[in-house]
Design a protein around this ligand. Structure first.
Ligand code: FES
Ligand code: FES
Length: 135
């Protein structure tokens, strides 16, 4: 199976690799693993006034997982937390033209951004974060 050009581009030139300070109250950290293959993805966001101003990732995994996390960190910068929460793995898979066996790699990226947002919200004491019914 051949990787798409976009996967190869993000794999060879990953955007936003690195770490943000976990102790910073404006930083949310999400760490997720894929049971299917054992790959692990760490994704962090920095939020200022409800807008994601920075994002970093570290992924121990396949090319598609690295490309998915690289793409997501690019997408979320400048998004509101609510917008980032709407990102679907299907959008990632479509952008990267992932084949069916690599769909779970994009699921990992969706799970990681959601986990990072939840971590950030918990740090805020998040009065609004448990109110699913409000949306
Ligand atoms: Fe883990 Fe993809 S199976 S690298
Ligand atoms: Fe498992 Fe890509 S994350 S093969």
């Amino acid at each position: 199976m051949a990787y798409s050009n976009k996967v190869i581009d993000h794999y060879e030139h990953p955007r936003n690799v690195g770490s943000l300070d976990k102790g910073d109250a404006s930083v949310g950290t999400g760490i997720v693993g894929a049971p299917a293959c054992g790959d692990v993805m760490k994704l962090q966001i920095k939020v200022e006034n409800g807008v994601i101003t920075d994002a970093k990732f570290k992924t121990y995994g396949c090319g598609s997982a690295i490309a998915s996390s690289s793409l997501v960190t690019e997408w979320v910068k400048g998004m509101s937390v609510d917008q980032a929460m709407q990102i679907k793995n299907s959008q990632i898979a479509e952008e990267l033209s992932l084949p069916p066996v690599k769909i779970h790699c994009s699921v990992l990226a969706e799970d990681a951004i959601k986990a990072a947002i939840r971590d950030f919200q918990q740090k805020q004491g998040a009065p609004g974060s448990e109110g699913e019914s409000k949306h």
